[in-house]
Design a protein around this ligand. Sequence first.
Ligand SMILES: Cc1cc2nc3c(=O)[nH]c(=O)nc-3n(C[C@H](O)[C@H](O)[C@H](O)COP(=O)(O)OP(=O)(O)OC[C@H]3O[C@@H](n4cnc5c(N)ncnc54)[C@H](O)[C@@H]3O)c2cc1C
Length: 389
Amino acid sequence: MRFVEADCFHWFDNEYRKGISSLVLERADTLRDTGAAIGIQTNGWRALDQLGVGSKLRQTAIPLIGFLDVSANNVSLKEVPIGYGEARCLKRSVLMETLANDLPIGTVCFGCRILTVKLDAITSYPILQLQDGRVIKAKVVIGCDGVNSVVADFLGLKPPRVSPTSNVRGFTNYPSGHGFSPEFVTINKDHVFLGRIPLNDKLVYWFIARPRTPQDSIVSKDPELMRNSSMESITDFPNEMVEMVKNSELTSLTLTGTRYRAPWDLLLESFRKSTVTVAGDAMHVMGPFLGQGGSAALEDAVVLARCLAKEMCVRTTTDPKRNRNRIEAAMDQYVRERRLRLVHLSTKVYTIGSLLESSSLVMKIICIVLMIIFFRDRLGHTRYDCGKL
Ligand SMILES: Cc1cc2nc3c(=O)[nH]c(=O)nc-3n(C[C@H](O)[C@H](O)[C@H](O)COP(=O)(O)OP(=O)(O)OC[C@H]3O[C@@H](n4cnc5c(N)ncnc54)[C@H](O)[C@@H]3O)c2cc1C
């Protein structure tokens, strides 16, 4: 059998473009779009362009002109123009559908939950056990199965760490226009971090990162409770923000915890076993403070497809061991290329998260010093280029 199997589709768009047939196993019955929207900056657009869907997606969201930090009394604190870069906020459903529709029919198999991964005792190729009883022998498995990854467990990765922050995300629709400037506006006060991004002149995406509470597991099941708890967390924020949350679309709301892999874990973990590896949140889940997890996943896709194609699109030999070695070498190359980028990105996210979450003055000072020394350029991480497919 010559196909790639896994459970998210970002990469497979790339792999099929490179002539490698693949199957995407998704446990849900339809495309999942949890989280309302996703901010994509220059690095993410580069990856989407490589996937061939950038221009289609650009038509669905307005370009942002910059980032604006404001204080709780609505005074502008810091403005960072996008400059030559690009930032837009996409509906998650639109992103997922566009990527999925670009694949050959039948590539995504819904309702396929992977229970375990193991290696064939003779060939050392992976074998997937599905919940419906099916067993699939694959040449390559790429685990893009998110934060609770079965594939990461197989690789022996440490479980992601839990941060003391919860996130509520949602949309607010303004039928007569919101009138906000096309900027990513953030407010940070007393461990509560609010972000607002317009998608067009009527629709706004917002998120609130706030300290986790013991009630969150109950609140997360009821959109009214999510909205109320969000409003409670921002009572002294500008009125337009409170109104935005008050008028949010209940069906769009989600509340999730924050999980992350620490930078030193990313530096040390081994991300490949035989011809099995991970990508996206399964590899490098990070806090939402830079809005980069999804774009980093798209970068993974481009790099992984490029590395695999180099080895898999050439004529295979009759020696199965040599063929496997070539795939393993391609995956090692992928892990090498991604590791430093991910350590850099996750260190920046970790430092910002610690600054927002910590109550210790000493910790805050350390974080500020780190930011000044290493991350003075606020948009530096968005200039990264994952290269050609
Ligand atoms: C509050 C918040 C805001 C964010 N904002 C941004 C942003 O603005 N920009 C950005 O780039 N990123 C952002 N992110 C990060 C981004 O959402 C994630 O990094 C991205 O969704 C990860 O994609 P993924 O495909 O790796 O994982 P997921 O989106 O979790 O997808 C995993 C898929 O695997 C499936 N699956 C899981 N287990 C199995 C199994 N056993 N068998 C079969 N299928 C399975 C799931 O059903 C799911 O479809 C944010 C995150 C948070 C929490």
